[in-house]
Design a protein around this ligand. Structure first.
Ligand code: TYM
Length: 345
């Protein structure tokens, strides 16, 4: 039986959201909202895999929720909530801790990057992080997961976990009326658009990230117009004029990044942008990119601030989203308990 199409994705409430989150993920979330049932989560349980000050975490959860709405996600159409309010995420994550193999998690590049040299001192949660991520998706039997390129490996792991669960428990799954033996779908990554990997504005070989110590490396969604324009003007470039087609961007990471950002913000492709700017100097291109960035992102910051000034309203939206999410997750988690052999009342 084919699975009903359902979209799930999430962002961590750590630091402020930036242009990479917006172009790599959120723009796709907004598109999918028009055609699909979508569940968008603020993954606060993932956030505490590294230390978070409680008061800051609380604020960050509200701010990310405000950013979702400011960007165009409608809490009436889509389900917006924070992960810790739906206990089924943690319950399924435990089952998946017992499905995933140590060897699989040992290969995760994000863990290696985040744990760094001091691996012994990393939290167990940081290591098991991808299992919780698989649970986030599969507790709703979500079929499509719009993310940036850096989440690809985690999604492959989620597919492996879904496959191993279906396989290990095949007899029980069939006995419960899932005749083809497929209890969980293998969720598909949706990694699309011209900016699936937005790079630092200071170094085109490094990913734009909230943990980069230089604020000039990223455009935060809460930056005001002057700051956005300044960061674009100061972005690193190379001395050559722009090429006329995308193939000419090879070996020019800063140029490729800025062209990708322009394409994503204007809803076009790198080739279309280069057809216009090929042969021209960066100074001219950057002036137009600054103008476009301010037009598209400037209003977001003001709207995020407006929404966060009413925390009670945001908390109400999160509680409503959590109740709707929990109602979808409950029967699926109930089936999981039966399948693995737990007794429930
Ligand atoms: P997080 O919070 O690091 O990032 C949120 C989303 O933004 C994308 N992203 C980028 N895209 C392009 N260029 C960049 N420089 C860039 N930086 C971040 C990420 O790919 C992501 O889509 N593990 C996830 C959160 C998560 C999740 C999930 C996602 C938890 N459970 C279930 C999907 C499904 C994370 O840390 O994303």
């Amino acid at each position: 039986m084919p699975f009903e199409e359902r979209v799930f994705s999430g962002m961590q409430p750590t630091g402020s959201l930036h242009l990479g989150n917006y172009l790599g993920a959120m723009l796709q979330w907004i598109e999918l909202q028009k055609t699909h049932q979508c569940i968008y989560c603020v993954v606060d349980m993932h956030a505490i895999t590294v230390w978070q000050e409680p008061a800051e975490l609380r604020q960050a959860i509200r701010k990310v929720t405000a950013a979702y709405m400011a960007a165009g996600l409608d809490p009436k159409t889509s389900i917006l909530f924070n992960q810790s309010q739906v206990a089924a995420h943690a319950e399924l994550a435990w089952v998946f801790n017992c499905i995933a193999r140590l060897g699989w998690l040992n290969r995760m590049t994000q863990f290696k990057e985040k744990a760094g040299k001091d691996r012994e001192n990393a939290s167990v949660g940081l290591f098991a992080y991808p299992n919780l991520m698989a649970a986030d998706i599969l507790v709703y039997k979500a079929t499509h997961v719009p993310v940036g390129d850096d989440q690809k490996q985690h999604l492959e792991l989620a597919r492996d976990i879904a496959g191993k669960f279906n396989n290990d428990y095949n007899t029980e799954i069939r006995a419960r009326g899932f005749d083809d033996g497929e209890f969980f779908p293998l969720p598909e990554p949706v990694i699309t658009g011209p900016a699936t990997r937005v790079m630092s504005l200071r170094d085109g070989t490094k990913k734009m990230s909230k943990s980069d110590p230089s604020d000039l490396s990223r455009i935060n969604l809460t930056d005001d117009a002057d700051t956005i324009a300044k960061k674009v003007r100061k972005a690193k470039t190379d001395p050559e004029p722009l090429p006329s087609e995308a193939a000419g961007l090879q070996g020019r990471p800063e140029a490729e990044n800025l062209i990708g950002i322009f394409a994503a913000l204007s809803g076009s492709s790198k080739d279309t942008v280069l057809a216009e700017y090929g042969g021209r100097q960066f100074s001219e291109f950057k002036a137009n990119l600054a103008e476009l960035s301010v037009a598209k992102l400037g209003p977001l910051g003001a709207e995020i601030n407006r929404l966060t000034s009413d925390p009670a309203e945001i908390d109400k939206i999160l509680a409503d989203g959590a109740a709707r999410a929990a109602a979808i997750a409950a029967p699926i988690m109930g089936d999981v308990k039966d399948i693995v052999g737990f007794i429930r009342s």
